[in-house]
Design a protein around this ligand. Sequence first.
Ligand code: 5AD
Ligand code: FES
Length: 350
Amino acid sequence: MDIELKELIDRLNAEKCLPHEGWVRLFDGFTDEEREYSASIARRIADEKYGKNIYIRGIVEFSNYCKNDCFYCGIRCSNKNAQRYRLTDEEILQCCDEGYETGFRTFVLQSGEDPKYSAERMCNIVRAIKTAHPDCAVTLSLGELERGDLAELRAAGADRYLLRHETATKNHYEQLHPSFMSFEHRMKCLQDLKELGYQTGAGMMIGAPFASSDTLAADMEFLGRFKPQMVGTGPFLPHKDTPFRVCPKGSYELTLFVLSLVRIMLPNVLLPATTALGTIRPNGREQGVLHGANVIMPNLSPTAVRKKYMLYDNKICTEDSTSECRFCLQRRMESIGYNIEISRGDFCND
Ligand code: 5AD
Ligand code: FES
């Protein structure tokens, strides 16, 4: 193993931060050896904090209408080939009920940025879920909202919010998004979420177009400063109906390495082995767990709409049902010596 890189990984473990140049060196120079070394530290930390337990969160992808136009995303508004759908409030609740029966205690409501679901309507949905299942956590993933709306949703009972920062480099943000979207607004929104008392999730795609060791270093520095309770990160995967259709996939090994480094830097973080990681490799999610992840987020959406929520090509689990994914994951986790944990799985600081 490269001794300088090993020292950087040890220093990250001791100090929970690295200088920019240190990150860049790690990303430019790592091989399987350094990745496996960081995985062994990351997994030891995760086992200390969370044992052999993997939390599950059920995602209800309730609308794929989106007013945004992110260049990487399959449900961007300019994609005229996307077949759009919306679930009714009752259908959303039914997905949660079915999830509850199958052992889920966190529901993630995710959609494109769809103005048809006003803050008021979402508050009603959150309250209805909380009334039906008071022992469950509700996580929202609705894109950028104004502070007032986020405050109302929090008051209605929403516990957590996922909003990936996507990239911490303004210039890079502008290469991934149309000019009407703003880096500052996204960052403001993340700040608001924290201040309003949400358990907040940030994150980025690995190997997105125009990403470099330098932008990834900036992402790690941002995560180290912002200290989100959750970090969602998976490889970039191209979607055939987007401007990035011809761009190469992100690196599988780099994604795993980043997962381990995030775990080492933020020992208590809730870290999913993402669907994109399971899409780029058949056992990607298992490897994610072995690199320090402790959360898996399968789908609770009705099978009939799953194929329509295609952020990237070849997304897994689109033919499967809630209970098929639930038991598939149980087998997958048991195959590597882990158990699925049925509890809310809140962030804990000790
Ligand atoms: N490849 C990988 N991840 C993607 N996302 C959106 N499009 C893609 C893609 N083509 C991620 C973004 C977004 C999350 C919901 O999915 O990071 O925040
Ligand atoms: Fe969905 Fe395996 S988790 S089929």
